[in-house]
Design a protein around this ligand. Structure first.
Ligand SMILES: [Zn+2]
Length: 240
């Protein structure tokens, strides 16, 4: 069975994240400066898949994370029936009555996560979404750029629903989830089932909230150190 013969609900698209780790250079004589990463407590919001991330749960030093979309000029022609799908994708990470994790800001204003769209058929290795981000050794996010392909490797335009799921998944990486969920129903599962609606589950949201505990719980949290950041090198690591 060739990929094109497969029923649409079983066809999967792959997503990729690339983490660029910028280690901190500690300069000083005498005393050793050590920056402690914030305590990650996987018991705060359950269920979650924090432990499955193998410590790749990062955080920005503020909320909400500012998401800016660099929409293609023909966006409204591409998705005339649903031109705000990208805003809904960002808002999937927000829960009523709780601190927002994301906010959509104009591309011209200061932002944390930039979302770009490419008109090619898939990205490298036929992937649909890619997030490149940098963080320091305390796990603090410094930058994030998301690329989303508007067409599949087979040249088919993504449906509004599949595109929304792809954007929302990549934004999950952009706000700090540096790995994937092992549960197929979660948005942060590494592949998306095309044609099936897929949204952030409570498990996705709990995992994200764990990266920002002070915003979501009154339980005592060890404060994060505020040492200066001095990136000195780049390391590339790829997770599927
Ligand atoms: Zn992913």
């Amino acid at each position: 069975m060739t990929p094109l013969d497969q029923p649409i609900s079983r066809r999967r698209i792959s997503l990729l994240i690339v983490a660029l780790v910028l280690p901190i250079l500690f300069i000083g004589c005498g005393g050793e400066t050590r920056v402690s990463p914030p305590l990650i407590d996987e018991t705060l919001f359950v269920p979650n898949y924090v432990l499955d991330l193998n410590s790749k749960l990062y955080h920005w030093d503020h909320l909400p994370v500012r998401i800016a979309f660099d929409l293609p000029t023909n966006w409204y022609e591409l998705f005339p029936e649903d031109p705000t799908l990208h805003v809904r994708a960002a808002n999937e990470w927000n829960q009523p009555g709780k601190q927002a994790l994301t906010v959509v800001v104009p591309i011209t204003s200061q932002h944390d996560v930039r979302v770009e769209f490419v008109s090619e058929n898939g990205l490298e290795d036929g992937r649909q979404g890619l997030t490149e981000y940098t963080h320091d050794t305390t796990g603090r996010m410094l930058s994030a750029t998301i690329k989303v392909a508007l067409y599949t490797a087979q040249g088919r335009k993504l449906s509004a629903q599949d595109l929304q799921a792809t954007i929302a998944h990549e934004i999950g990486h952009g706000i700090g989830i540096g790995g994937h969920s092992p549960y197929a129903e979660d948005l942060m599962y590494p592949t998306l089932f095309m044609g099936n609606p897929q949204f952030a589950t409570q498990r996705d949201l709990n995992t994200a909230m764990t990266a920002y505990p002070s915003y979501f719980t009154t339980r005592a949290i060890v404060p994060e150190s505020r040492a200066p950041i001095g990136p000195v090198g780049v390391e590339r690591d790829i997770i599927y």
